[in-house]
Design a protein around this ligand. Sequence first.
Ligand code: OGA
Ligand code: NI
Length: 336
Amino acid sequence: MEILISNWSNVEFVPKTYIFPPESRPGKLEFPVCTDIPLIDLAHNNPDETIQQVIRACHEFGFFQVINHGVSENLMDDTMNIYKEFFKLPGEYKAKFYSNDINKSCKIYSSSLAYDTDEVHYWRDTFTHRCHPLEEHIPSWPDKPTNYREVVSEYSIETRKLFNKILDMICKGLGLEKGYFEGELSKTHLISVNHHIPCPNPSLTLGMPVHSDPNLITMLQQGEVPGLQILKDGQWIGVKHIPHTLIVIPGLQLKVISNDRFMTPVHRVVTHPKEARTTIGVFLGPSPEFLIKPATALIHTESVFRAFAYPEFLEAFVGPAKFDAQLALNHFRSKP
Ligand code: OGA
Ligand code: NI
């Protein structure tokens, strides 16, 4: 069978290898929708108040949405259109980028990086590549659709600016020294776009594993088709799409730096019966050599985590924890 689902056509039933066992499938089609995800206006006239809102959201929810964030609506729409077109390109073109190599920057894969050993496949294709420094990575990016490099370069620059703005707010809000997150901690900047074709039976499938983001901080641009869900008080609830907002998720490295004060929510993606869904994720993470540890200013009595190098974390993440990032993090708790 063709590996990339974006190359499938006329899908009338769910192939057996995509059907999850009853205990891990969504099991139903309707889920409650979360109405209280914090919505933060980054152009609010009282910046100190905005910082407090961001910190509160990181403590209490671990998910927030931003408006007036500085990434223009046109750029958001153009980038989304580029990716919708990209996934429609002929199979032979996309095949040039196919890889399951965790170390390869620019690649398309399906289901997960462990496609060959997946017990059940996830209903998605993912296209990902690094974005920083631009000049170093652009040559490996696709040259189709024709304006891919131009539009995605601008999107990379603008989302990086926004990350810097938000990290600066978190830095101030936590009382850390200026520039704490600059440099090595936020060196790896990548884009990762999920694409799901319509699924004949969404109650049997998953568009993305149950997971937490292992990196420093994530930003998601959702399209109009729902699918993202978060686990809140033991229940899966849908995230409502608000046009042109961006969703921000503090990753597990930020949780470590906050000395376990921040929440990093567990989330997943369910599929849609009628419509294709595309979501753009932008991820910021540490350089491989960097030592991660709780910020000294935030250790009042004890450090909840021991220091570790990011590759050590990734080893636990892809190895014993089987991509369960919260489980991987438990390896680094001072008191297991
Ligand atoms: C992710 C993620 C959600 C989505 O890429 O880590 O959670 O809606 N994506 O695609
Ligand atoms: Ni995620």
